[in-house]
Design a protein around this ligand. Structure first.
Ligand code: GTP
Ligand code: MG
Length: 273
């Protein structure tokens, strides 16, 4: 009888990954990385010049990963420096300041810059993106609320976290989930697993919520022309109500959007004969 061969201890190869930070100047990219890697916070603003590079080893689940972090400068002045660092990236930390709406609005421009630099063969689908809504500790007026940020992120299949580099809130959780998703991506042959793509709501629902949020009056909210008839208002209302009813729609912000639509219809019908 053949003897059993000695069991070899399973050692999983440690992974090497490349992560970059993106977002407007002064939103807190460097501070988020510093808070995680060095457990400290610097309140004085020291703008990143071009790129800061660092390597860190982290243990996530049963895996050790070696992370090369490229912390980008957000200032437009450094575009020429950062544009060559987009390629071969597995993870992106996309940051905005919750007290600064322009930094949230700029997220699309950051994605466009990356897409352009990756060129026609670059695949943004197979990169893990985590959106950090940063500076939640700040006493300054918050101009982007959680549901708006979460909707933007989750409708694109991105992770979303509320963070404060100052207090540390959300930072460890964000990095652990981010790295864990990167491991899943690497284990899946460099492709984002399809399970992580399902967001539980449709693009039509996300677009409707965004449109309602940005509407200028009740007519605009229901998507009807000023002076529309009762029938037209009711028809538009019913369509949105079916799309956004809280029992049917799990998209962030759907409950508020639904309430806003109900109120808009009530207000309009009061004044239509
Ligand atoms: P660039 O390198 O110029 O692109 O900026 P950055 O995004 O790296 O910003 P940085 O991390 O240097 O932070 C900018 C300023 O915001 C600094 O004064 C930080 O102290 C402050 N800051 C960063 N994170 C937080 C936070 O969570 N809360 C508060 N209150 N301030 C923060
Ligand atoms: Mg920086």
């Amino acid at each position: 009888m053949e003897a059993n061969p000695p069991k070899r201890k399973e050692t999983r190869k440690s992974l090497r990954v490349k992560v970059i930070s993106m977002g407007n100047a002064e939103v807190g990219k460097s501070c988020i990385i510093k808070r995680y890697c060095e457990k400290r916070f610097v309140s004085k603003y020291l703008a990143t010049i071009g790129i800061d590079y660092g390597v860190t080893k982290v243990q996530v689940r049963d895996r050790e990963i070696k992370v090369n972090i490229f912390d980008m400068a957000g200032h437009p002045f450094f575009y020429e420096v950062r544009n060559e660092f987009y390629k071969d990236t597995q993870g992106v930390i996309l940051v905005y300041d919750v007290g600064q709406k322009e930094s949230f609005d700029a997220l699309d421009t950051w994605l466009a810059e990356m897409k352009q630099e990756l060129g026609p063969h670059g695949n943004m689908q197979n990169i893990v993106f985590v959106v950090c809504a940063n500076k939640i500790d700040s006493t300054k007026h918050r101009s982007v609320d959680e549901s708006e940020g979460r909707l933007w992120a989750e409708s694109r299949g991105f992770l979303y976290f509320e963070t404060s580099a100052q207090t540390g809130e959300g930072i460890n959780e964000m990095f652990q989930t981010f790295y864990s998703a990167i491991i899943d991506l690497c284990d899946n042959g460099g492709k984002r697993p399809s399970s992580s793509m399902g967001v539980g709501f449709t693009k039509e629902q996300a677009d409707a919520i965004r449109r309602i949020r940005n509407s200028k009056d009740s007519w605009d909210m229901l998507g009807v022309k000023p002076g529309a008839t009762r029938d037209e208002v009711n028809k538009a209302y019913r369509k949105l109500a079916v799309l956004l009813h809280p029992d049917k729609c799990v998209a962030p912000g759907s409950e508020d959007a639904f309430k806003a639509v109900v109120n808009a219809r009530t207000a309009l019908l009061k004044n239509i004969k």
